[in-house]
Design a protein around this ligand. Structure first.
Ligand SMILES: Cc1ncc(COP(=O)(O)O)c(C=O)c1O
Length: 415
């Protein structure tokens, strides 16, 4: 389920050739397959069918409006991680009751925004945040629904930079502190505790940590119920990984099979916050070769310099992440090893090292695959590079869903 495949030698997205799209809109360019997003959303929904669940798509993975709207149309709700993401969710048509608000550093303004809207739940991260939500709610004479984000101290066995469930990580509240905190929160007039939340990391390909986090939530819910705090839902977070290199990873159904027997015990509705699982394989970054050169002229290392780099896709530089990089039109030329690098003034600006490719040619179009999640959302203007354009393929048509930023727009904020 990726939407990107070859017709003869040519890479297409849902039967639409990529070269004419790149010629029309320029590169670097993100291209997404709407049918893949839909299929991957439905795979999760189907896997949990028969158990009360709500999918709150994690906007942080990719919140381009057209993608957010597409997911809303499919029946998804939203997980927002900032005031900006709450705004995007509203503009995409979500109602506040479909939004959960997570985030380790919510400002007073962001909390006030979520309280005024009456979101489904604010997933609180600390004792201090509970008191702030309470104070802001009492000022407004409302009661705000919160879920307590626990830190289950579970090793997600993923890259340290995307691991969030260890007690050494900044996220959530240590389980041992939660019962006393709930007892305190129950005395507060501005708060209703409706849920428990855990999110232990991203790109998790071992189901055991996810099952252990679910178990921690269920056990805690039971302990709290015995002490008089009855909650309505368990939020299992996101985190299920995808295959970037073709290796086998657990499916949505295997994930459901791992966690449902555990949560069934509690009999509580569940919230899921998948991001990457839905959109990563549904997107590719198109980029052209701007130069081909040999290191020191010695011939022992070949660089393919592309027109996309860390400003468009920072995952390889930030997490050492692997993405498949392929010429859009495959040739029979012999394969040689080369480093696929970006145009930025950073040595770390490398999209892929030691890749076996037909000798790249200037002007040739390449695709960096599985780039739909944490790609365009993390793009930056470093080196004064405008944000890339984005295209969505839907029903055989290529639609521009975000045009390329202009230098004028980039400078418009400066005085
Ligand atoms: C609280 C929370 N929920 C959901 C997600 C989505 O994670 P993923 O894209 O790995 O599914 C994240 C991402 O880190 C997160 O921090």
């Amino acid at each position: 389920m990726t939407g990107f495949y070859r017709q003869d030698a040519t890479l297409v997205c849902d039967d639409v050739p990529l070269e004419p799209i790149a010629a029309l809109h320029g590169t670097p360019l993100y291209v997404y397959s709407a049918s893949t997003i839909a299929a991957r959303y439905r795979a999760i929904d189907d896997a949990f069918a028969g158990y009360p669940h709500a999918i709150h798509y994690a906007l942080k993975a990719n919140s381009t409006l057209a993608i957010t709207r597409l997911l809303r149309g499919l029946g998804s709700a939203a997980d927002a991680n900032s005031g900006g993401e709450i705004d995007v969710a509203l503009r995409a048509g979500f109602i506040p009751a479909q939004i959960v608000f997570t985030g380790v550093g919510k400002t007073m303004a962001e909390l006030g925004q979520a309280i005024d809207l009456g979101v489904r739940s604010i997933n609180v991260e600390s004792a201090g945040e509970i008191d702030r939500v309470d104070a802001l709610s009492r000022e407004r004479q409302v009661r705000t629904k919160i879920a307590i984000r626990i830190n289950p101290d579970v090793d997600a066995k993923t890259h340290p930079h995307i691991s969030t469930g260890l007690k050494t990580n900044k996220f959530g509240i240590v389980i041992a502190d939660v019962p006393a905190l709930c007892a305190h929160a129950r005395t507060l007039a501005g708060i209703d505790i409706v849920g428990l939340h855990a999110h232990i990391g991203s790109q998790i390909t071992d189901l055991n940590p996810l099952a252990r986090a679910a178990r921690a939530l269920v056990d805690l819910a039971r302990e709290l119920a015995a002490a008089g705090t009855r909650i309505e839902h368990l939020d299992l977070g996101g985190g299920l990984g995808v295959s970037y290199d073709g290796s086998r990873v657990p499916s949505a159904r295997e994930y459901a099979d791992a966690v449902l027997p555990i949560v069934r015990d509690a009999g509580l509705a569940i919230v899921l916050e998948p991001g990457r699982q839905i959109v990563a394989p549904a997107g590719a970054l198109l980029t052209r070769v701007v130069d081909v050169k040999e290191a020191g002229g010695s011939g022992d290392r070949l660089f393919a310099v592309m027109d996309a780099g860390m400003t468009e896709l920072i995952r390889p530089m930030l997490y050492n992440a692997f993405h498949r990089i392929e010429p859009v039109v495959r040739t029979d030329a012999p394969l040689i090893s080369c480093d696929v690098v970006g145009p930025l003034c950073e040595s770390s600006d490398t999209l892929g090292r030691d890749r076996m490719l037909p000798r790249p040619r200037v002007g040739e179009l390449y695709a960096v695959l599985d780039a739909g999640a944490y790609g365009s959302v993390m793009a930056s203007n470093y080196n004064r590079r405008p944000l890339p354009a984005e295209v969505m393929i839907e029903n055989g048509k290529a639609m521009l869903i975000r045009r390329r930023q202009t230098i004028d727009e980039l400078l418009a904020l400066e005085i």
